[in-house]
Design a protein around this ligand. Sequence first.
Ligand code: PLP
Length: 474
Amino acid sequence: MISNAEFRNFGHQFVDWIADYYENIEKYPVKSQVSPGDIFKSLPENPPENSESITEIFKDFQNILIPGVTHWQSPNFFAYFPANSSYPSILAEMLTSSLAAQCMKWETSPAAAELEEKVMNWLKQMLGLPENLFGVIQDTASTATLCAILTAREKFSDFKINESGFDKYENFRIYCSKEAHSSIEKAAKIAGFGSKNLVKIEVDGQCRLIPEILDQTIRDDLKNGLKPICIVAALGSTGTTAIDPLPEIAKICKTYNTWLHIDAAMAGSALILPEYRWMINGIEQADSFVFNPHKWLFTNFDCSAYFVKDKNALIKTFQVIPEYLKTKSDDHVNNYCDWGVPLGRRFRALKLWFVIRNFGIQGLQEKLRTHILLANELAKEIENEKDFELLEPVTINLVCFRYKPKNLNDENALNILNEELLHKINSTGKIYITHTKIHGKYSLRMVIAQTYVQQKHVKNAWELIKDIAVKSEV
Ligand code: PLP
């Protein structure tokens, strides 16, 4: 153990290290270049019997662990989806971990509960969400979607499944597009529906759910005695950022009286831009909505913003109050442990508060607009390059494309060529990109959304990709 004086000393050293890390982040290979087992082998078999100094531990952190870290905060990180951090968020996280408060009930930290209510109201205003939604911070979008599906399950079984298990409710059905995130299938499995009762609806040329097919599928299910209870709309699918047509889906939810959950994990942040509000036409019908400030709103993981219309149904689904958790204020306050799965909760509202105040809405909007502009500029470059093909129009900040030399038309060969190209690009350590398949075509994906990304990073990445592609040609 270290003393308070030593803590102060190491604290200063660590902050210096963090500032240096961010200053020099581009010198690290973006994607860790270690092989499976490398890190494990470098660590001792047995835990230490006696105290080791922070200096020693920190040395191993730098020498052993850092080579095995992929640098998500590098401006050359274009993979998967953003997992933004920012300086105000990091500073707030330092305070959160120092307070180390369990923010499960109002009484266990009133400031945490009331700040959470306030910042969730701020987000609601910033995104243009309906007034009648109530916000709560969840750890992840996966958990938020699970909460939505469980609450729908309880609402449509009159809270009987919580009480006595599934019994006669085994015919419940959930719907989402074929491109919707895997967290929906995970939630359907965990909630006891069985993945076969999650119906994945066909998508159009731009990977958006086709409402006519959804409608027909529901009619067929009803004829077969099945009970549709929930439709999940993707506002920004993970593969291509496809935006499902919410107005049509909302109408179908109304017609068949189903729960409407909206998964806007990454793209939801774009709603702070008035020019993207068209994405939520039809939101009045929504029962729940989730987006992740920990993706594209510069707030460290984990911080997922979940909004629900019927908060009483949410609470009734999750609340269990044993004697030792009863408090005097229970009837007058928000006890957020009743609004989701875990009992214990970190003070996550703090980092969101720091971020929103320190960036300001305009600062956040400026960052997002820059990313969107850079993504569109890159898409133009790709369209103008005869040996490359843009595979989807850019909806927000993601560019999907492939290398397609003019003499090569065999789809299988193109898939192999692009997969090899991806590995060659990432093994340079200079940038990190990932892939998806779009209607069977292997697509390279570049997400332009990193907190510190600038035009020069996107330009350099594009030059590198072209250079490696030309050298890979068969
Ligand atoms: N939904 C979508 C559309 C996503 O892109 C992702 C992650 O990429 C998720 C849900 C899951 O997010 P989380 O990691 O917060 O559970």
